[in-house]
Design a protein around this ligand. Structure first.
Ligand code: HEM
Length: 484
């Protein structure tokens, strides 16, 4: 890979701390190349992208953990180029020259979960990718949106019932990290009863705690058991769809894809929900636009996808041959990272980032090309439905701490709000008011049920509220705001 030597670092030297400054060692590698990890990158990633853009243009050399070299793509068009030109840029990490040059120690590098090869559709190109991805999309597309909303509605009410009487909640821990996981576990085909333990283990797995390894083993075992169960007793769920798909996935491939769906769908959706709710409780203009009807909730979600992508940097693509991108000489085997957050604020497509992007879904937050996120509709529905129900039930929700006290956990790839404490007037739980519990997915089936989430087997259940009519809480919120 061609990385400019430090003497050619150009304007970047003006933009980063001077040598001798304690922050300098952390911000750059020995040759002056910017590190995309460490305190500087973690504190202000968007600021760092802008410095890199000013110094290098649309494609910048960067260092990953362990000072591993890569190119960060910052331009909107260049990101689309890399994501869509599958013959030029491979998704298979084995193309990387770093494995052969010893640039990384696969046994110890923390990059392995993000750039290591696995037998799943993320790491495949061409026909291999089509085969695996076809099974994944068949698994995800079998759920109709109305049925999906009913289940998310049920989970959201259960979670809110758990804290509504107290008049306070920490929404990341009690809501936004739970709802996507409960939904995904359910869609995969696991029983709701296994929910709490699995939710705990699967959330722990992502947090790199002392117990993460044990949690990972617990989740893998649960997925292994799921595959065995669904082989003999298929249901209307993702595991059964993967097993039944004509692509003929092996049990191991099915396992890897179930884990992938959990990994790819959980943190991203939880992040998106946290980011939208943070905007609601901290930004009066944002909340006012929602309350005043100038912005619908789906539009608010899309705005946040533009401004704060749940995955800020997406690993990775590897150059199949020498090429030029954004004026940089890319060598065969070089690693490229899609700078989704940087691309979304590229001034060539968004001259004024403050201008609302209503109705415009052309952001990069779900990437582009053949690997574009196949679960984006599910992610959007979980976020829209969950937030709508929360704000319907607790329209007076307000931040319980000064905004400056909010903190984030950051990595090269993403930024997570660690806590969102809120308060509101205490209210009675309402689970007991529900006409009837919604059915669990059938564990036994003579064949695949009809479209919808188990509508054929479910008794008709009145909707808790119409899925696409957020008027009631807007009206209440509007009343509340007008009293201020
Ligand atoms: C707001 C939520 C979500 C965001 C922002 C998001 C974003 C992304 C991104 C950026 C990629 C990488 C594409 C690439 O490499 O070019 C991806 C891939 C993927 N996502 Fe999502 N995702 C979300 C939710 C979900 C959900 C809910 C699921 C499953 C139910 C899911 C399943 C997947 C899968 C299976 C892939 C790999 C696709 C492939 O390589 O062909 N995602 N997602």
């Amino acid at each position: 890979m061609t990385v400019p030597p430090s003497e050619h670092a150009g304007p970047e030297t003006d933009l980063l701390p001077p040598p001798g400054c304690p922050a300098h060692a952390a911000a750059t590698g020995p040759d002056g190349t910017t590190r995309l990890y460490g305190p500087t990158a973690a504190t202000d990633p968007m600021g760092l992208y802008e410095k890199l853009r000013a110094a290098h243009g649309t494609v910048a050399p960067v260092l990953l953990d362990g000072d591993v070299r890569a190119w960060l793509v910052l331009g909107y068009t260049e990101n689309r180029d890399v994501a869509t030109r599958a013959t030029q840029y491979s998704r298979d990490p084995r193309v990387w020259h770093g494995w052969r040059s010893g640039e990384i120690d696969p046994a110890t590098s923390p990059l392995i979960p993000m750039i290591g090869w696995r037998p799943d559709c993320v790491c495949a190109d061409g026909e291999d990718h089509q085969r695996l991805r076809g099974a994944v999309t068949a698994g995800l597309d079998q759920f109709d949106h109305r049925g999906l909303r009913r289940h998310i509605t049920r989970f959201a009410h259960q979670l809110i019932d758990g804290f509504c009487e107290s008049g306070e909640s920490e929404l990341v821990n009690q809501f936004t990290e739970h709802l996507p996981m409960l939904t995904l576990i359910h869609l995969l085909g696991m029983s709701d009863e296994s929910g709490p333990e699995l939710v705990h283990a699967a959330r722990d797995l992502f947090k790199a705690t002392e117990t993460s390894l044990a949690s990972n083993a617990f989740v893998l075992k649960a997925l292994e058991e799921l595959v065995v169960t669904k082989r003999s007793r298929p249901g209307h769920d993702i595991a059964s769809a993967l097993l039944a798909h004509p692509a003929g996935l092996t049990d191991e491939e099915v396992m890897h894809h179930l884990r992938l769906i959990l990994l790819a769908g959980y943190e991203t959706t939880a992040n998106l929900m946290s980011n939208v709710l943070r905007m609601v409780v901290t930004d009066h203009r944002f909340r006012g636009s929602l309350a005043g009807g100038q912005m619908t909730l789906p539009e608010a979600v899309e705005q946040v996808l533009w401004d704060e992508p749940p995955l800020m940097v997406c690993p990775g693509r590897w150059a199949n041959g020498d090429t030029t991108l954004g004026g940089q000489q890319i060598k065969a085997g070089d690693m490229l990272l899609l700078g989704l957050a940087a691309g979304n604020v590229d001034e060539t497509i968004r001259p004024d980032p403050a201008t609302p992007v209503h109705h415009n879904r052309a952001h990069l937050s779900f990437s582009a090309g053949s690997h574009e996120c196949p679960g984006q509709d599910i992610g959007r529905i979980i976020a829209d439905t969950g937030i709508d129900i929360l704000l319907t039930r607790l329209p007076d929700i307000a931040l319980a701490v000064p905004e400056e006290e909010l903190s984030w956990r950051s990595s090269t790839w993403a930024r997570h709000l660690t806590a969102l404490p809120v308060r509101f007037a205490p209210r009675q739980p309402r689970a007991q008011d529900l006409p009837a519990p919604l059915p669990a997915p059938p564990t036994q089936s003579s064949g695949m049920p009809a479209p919808g989430l188990w509508p054929e087997t479910a008794p008709p259940v009145p909707e808790q509220r119409p899925a696409a009519a957020p008027a009631s809480w807007w009206a209440r919120l509007r009343r509340l705001l007008s009293r201020r």
